[in-house]
Design a binder for this molecule. Structure first.
Ligand code: NAD
Length: 310
């Protein structure tokens, strides 16, 4: 199959490209390299099934492909808040361009949506039927609302034009190739611990998150694209719930060294709890996460040790 992956040089996109190439697909990786890095895909450059195209998803593009995975969008708060207007444009116009192409070439098209569409959730854990509690005018809104409009576009193209869509709502994912400066909690903690610095916990550290290892997540993507039982939206994430304090303690244990935990003020709109209800993924995809947090953290620590030379 010929597959287009937008955002293919990023953290998740590069792992997805690996799996697709390994499965024998021809992969076009379209990326403007804003947060993606050539080093993530360096091992595939020159491979006969892999092609990198430096291009912005907000500008139109045309390829003869059978499938499209739309992952292009900065995903971590410091990156998506760097140019918030551009972030909304990337989500909205990127979705329009992918959907327009899918309609023309009759490709199945996948949208990497996010648990952020649930905002600061009033119910817990979050099923796909929950509509969310999102601030439309805050610092995170460019990302959250951009992703919500992208979902709207996907479902309208499906209803109006019969486009064959798949929408996944991704919960916090971690693993090798995360950007060391992306400001996400797992990479923050690991990098701080490897540098022997104290680990910064926001607020009292009792807010919880669920963390999915990247290999599990990508398996969910591939299963969603293969089957015809559901178009989504479908939650993919690890329902195992950990407080920030528990995560910090695990990282300190795996890295070793002198780091301690220090507390800082909680940023605006930081959700207190986030945990996926994965009933639908279990039912339709036969999917659930298999890699425990301790093992995933160990593999991620090994990556960052090399990456930052600690
Ligand atoms: N990692 C997570 O925990 C998580 C959670 C929820 C949703 N997601 C979604 O998954 C997707 C991938 O996330 P990631 O963690 O790999 O982030 P990432 O920042 O590593 O990857 C995003 C990729 O998109 C590219 N990109 C950004 N803007 C672009 C544009 N205008 N044109 C072309 N390319 C552009 C970047 O250069 C990068 O390679 C994103 O859409 C993100 O919103 C990720």
């Amino acid at each position: 199959m010929r597959v287009l992956v937008t955002g293919g040089a990023g953290f998740l996109g590069s792992h997805l490209c690996d799996r697709l190439v390994a499965a024998g697909d021809d992969v076009i990786c379209l990326d403007n390299l804003f947060t993606g890095r050539k080093s993530n895909i360096a091992h595939m450059l020159g491979h006969p099934q892999f092609e990198l195209i430096r291009h912005d998803v907000i500008d139109p593009f045309k390829f003869e492909v059978d499938q499209i995975y739309n992952l292009a969008c900065p995903a971590s708060p410091p990156h998506y808040q760097f140019n918030p207007i551009k972030t909304t444009k990337t989500s909205v116009m990127g979705a329009i361009n992918c959907l327009g192409l899918a309609k023309r070439v009759k490709a199945r098209v996948f949208q990497a949506s996010t648990s952020e569409v649930y905002g600061d959730p009033a119910i817990h854990p979050q099923p796909e039927s929950y509509w969310g509690n999102v601030n439309p005018i805050g610092r995170r809104s460019c990302y959250d609302e951009g992703k919500r409009v992208a979902e709207t576009l996907f479902f309208d193209y499906h209803r109006e034009n019969g486009v064959d869509i798949r929408v996944v709502r991704i919960f916090n994912t971690y693993g090798p190739r995360m950007h060391p400066n992306d400001g996400r909690v797992v990479s923050n903690f690991i990098v701080q611990a490897l540098r022997g610095e104290d680990l910064t916990v926001y607020g009292d550290g009792l807010q919880t998150r669920s963390f999915c290892f990247v290999d599990d997540l990508i398996e969910g993507f591939l299963r969603l694209m293969k089957q015809t039982e559901t178009i989504g939206p479908i939650n993919i994430g690890n329902p195992g719930e950990f407080t920030m304090l528990e995560l910090a303690e695990l990282v300190i244990e795996k890295v070793g060294g002198p780091s301690k935990i220090v507390h800082r003020e909680l940023p605006a709109d930081d959700p207190k709890q986030r945990k996926p209800d994965i009933t639908l993924a279990r039912k339709h995809l036969g999917w659930e996460p298999t890699i425990p947090l301790a093992e995933g953290i160990e593999r991620t620590v090994a990556y960052f040790r090399k990456e930052i030379g600690a």
